[in-house]
Design a protein around this ligand. Structure first.
Ligand code: ZN
Length: 348
């Protein structure tokens, strides 16, 4: 058994280093996982560039990574796992007894531990490390035919399944997604699965929109030059549901502006921190249901199942793989939207 781990640790904006740290004795109730693969998420990229994402600010060194999978190598105490199990790792640990947990909304757990996040201080360290720890409940076994790369992407798929669930019954409805990054694209795939009849994807960059077309978008709209095209479409066939995934004030305003009267807007994107101006009177006058969607709850299990039975091809989003040891360069590559959709880190 190795005694040290190498972890992609963020010290400040664009200052990500591979840092070696000793592995302590594994506590009872924990399992140790050897890194299999890790997806680079938009929030990892925000942390990398600005040392913050939305309202979460990095105040001390943070190991990034929350889309992870690997192999169980050590178990502290009893667990429904064995050494050698291949697992997708849910980055969330829920308390199970707070009001939100009792209501069946564990993503809103008051005592949540979420790997690779600066939402709390001390920060919760992530999984971009060749060994990391989890509790058994975080570890979902994957069949042999599922690659670690695919298993790592159960997490973003769960985010999108949750967002679609927040939209309510979307069967036969018409939707629009603002933002064609990985979460926008997976939301599109999840919306199709949930029976949405027609999904338009809007973005300001041509490369992600071309990708959306390849993955089956009903329509794509480049809104860099304005939203006239969208408005024209909305007149003939109004949008019932709008998903804001771009993480921009403009995206949220567009979603509120374009959705039909009585429609639903789901905000998944993490906007820049602080107060964001929104067209609130449109929310009132159109009686829009504006719904937040934060991470995911039990959808994680569902995401693993959908990947295992080939219902959602998460690997179709992967544009590059890099070894974990090259995490800083991989983050830079992921930031280049002209060539990257999803960059996945693999074991060295
Ligand atoms: Zn709780």
């Amino acid at each position: 058994m190795t005694s040290t781990a190498l972890a992609a640790t963020l010290f400040g904006p664009e200052d990500l280093r591979m840092v070696e740290h000793p592995l302590g004795k594994l506590a009872d109730g924990m399992v140790r996982v050897r890194f299999g693969a890790g997806g680079i998420c938009g929030s990892d990229m925000h942390y990398f560039r600005h040392a913050r994402t939305g309202d979460f600010v990095v105040k001390s060194p943070l190991v990034l990574g929350h889309e992870i999978s690997g192999e169980v190598v050590e178990i502290g105490g009893a667990a429904n796992l064995k050494v050698g199990d291949r697992v997708a790792v849910n980055p969330s640990r829920w308390c199970g007894h707070c009001v939100a947990c009792r209501e069946g909304r564990p993503n809103l757990c008051e005592n949540i531990y979420f790997m690779g996040s600066a939402s709390k201080t001390p920060h919760m360290q992530g999984g971009f490390a060749n060994y990391f720890e989890a509790i058994p409940a975080q570890c979902v076994k994957i069949p042999d035919h599922v690659s670690y790369q695919a298993a790592a992407l159960a997490e973003p798929l769960a985010v999108c399944l949750h967002a679609v669930a927040r939209a309510g019954n979307i069967e036969g409805k018409r939707g629009i997604i603002f933002g064609a990054g990985p979460i926008g694209l997976l939301t599109m795939l999840a919306a199709h699965r949930a029976g949405m009849a027609d999904v338009t994807v809007a973005d300001i960059a041509p490369a992600p929109l071309a990708f959306a077309t390849r993955l089956g978008a009903s329509h794509v709209e480049n809104v860099a030059g304005g939203k006239e095209g969208l408005k024209a479409q909305a007149v003939s066939r109004p949008y019932d549901v709008a998903f804001e995934v771009s993480g921009t004030a403009a995206g949220l305003a567009s979603a509120i502006g374009i959705v039909r009267r009585g429609g639903v807007v789901v905000q998944i994107g993490n906007l820049p921190g602080g107060q964001i101006p929104t067209p609130s009177n449109a929310v009132m006058a159109k009686e829009i249901d504006l719904r937040g969607s934060f991470r995911f709850g039990f959808e994680f299990m569902n995401a693993v199942e959908l990947i295992a039975d080939d219902s959602v091809d998460v690997l179709s989003l992967v544009t590059a793989e890099r070894p974990l040891s090259a995490a800083p360069d991989a983050l830079r590559l992921a930031l280049d939207r002209s060539q990257s959709v999803k960059v996945v880190l693999t074991a060295n």
